[in-house]
Design a protein around this ligand. Structure first.
Ligand code: ATP
Length: 282
């Protein structure tokens, strides 16, 4: 579906959104793809939730999945680290490769895959343990530290990368659940980082947070993209504009279009994308 009236774009209808894209930010600067999905179809029992989704996700960039409620964003996100395996009715067909290796291959242990591909959920979900233990747990079970000093160093560097160290360094042995919502979300991000993942999936990570905590997470996402491939599902187009370099728009289980964020928001190719971005539905 071609865009017939180019004035009908985000720049004409929602200049604030176009202006939210930081200068020089809405472009993918790498030519390397970390994730390559081809013809992904997902069924929950009889119901088909995704139809032939093919998408390349760039390395060391933030890719945003946008689209109206129920269009399949989270379903596709969960295919990347096989979280759909945990839903008995879910069946996934098609291929998803990370660095050329099929995540659905029989030889892939989903537990190991999920340490390479971390996930952050809508609601912060720290373990009912201390701040230290929350971050140390993954490195311990994956044998990433040879002793106490190394484990402490991993905890400290993960909390620093998650922008939380200065707020918690004097209370590492207090419960993680005692932190504010925004701090808990950064603790969960530190927990994901602690096992040195390559990809971090975020499913509406700010939807339970206030604007200040949201701004901190967005800053953090921007810092982390130099080291990780990040994929974020968001209902906020302003957030997609602020944090991502690539945007993929889903509608009714189909990937309608994807491309550099700036292009998607200033000159979408498909009228469905244009209608969503200009607030006509969704
Ligand atoms: N566990 C499940 N069992 C059955 N159907 C499901 C399940 N999870 C999702 N679905 C259905 O699959 C479709 C896609 O859902 P999904 O959660 O992926 O969409 P979404 O775009 O992430 O939505 P939202 O923005 O509301 O979170 C919807 O019709 C939803 O009802």
């Amino acid at each position: 579906m071609p865009t017939e009236n180019r004035d009908d774009t985000i720049a004409a209808h929602a200049p604030a959104l176009a202006a939210a894209i930081p200068a020089g930010h809405g472009h993918v600067t790498t030519t390397e793809f970390k994730i390559r999905a081809r013809d992904v179809n997902v069924f929950y029992g009889e119901k088909q939730a995704l139809f032939d989704v093919s998408l390349d996700v760039p390395a060391k960039s933030v890719t945003a999945f946008i689209g109206p409620s129920g269009c399949g964003k989270s379903t596709f996100l969960r295919c990347i680290n096989r979280m759909n395996d945990t839903i008995p009715s879910a069946k996934v067909a098609g291929s998803i490769e990370i660095d050329g290796a099929d995540v659905n291959a029989k030889s892939v242990d989903p537990v190991v895959l999920r340490s390479r591909v971390g996930m952050v959920f809508q609601k912060p979900n720290p373990f009912p343990k201390t701040i230290f233990e929350n971050v140390a747990y993954g490195p311990k079970i994956h044998g990433l530290a040879t002793g106490k000093a190394e484990l402490e160093a991993i905890v400290e560097s993960s909390l620093k990368k998650a922008g939380l160290w200065n707020e918690v360094s004097d209370r590492l042995h207090q419960p993680g659940t005692g932190l504010s919502g925004g701090q808990q979300q950064r603790l969960v991000i530190a927990r994901a980082i602690a096992v040195s993942p390559e990809v971090i999936l975020m499913d509406e990570p700010c939807s339970a947070l206030d604007p200040i905590a949201t701004a901190k997470i967005e800053e953090l996402i921007d810092e982390l993209r130099s080291q990780f491939c990040i994929v974020i599902v968001t209902h906020s187009m302003a957030q997609a504009a602020r944090v991502s370099q690539k945007t993929a728009f889903f509608h009714l289980g189909k990937l309608v279009e994807s491309g550099p964020t700036e292009e998607m928001f200033t000159n979408p190719r498909d009228t469905r994308t244009q209608d969503y971005i200009t607030g006509r539905f969704g």
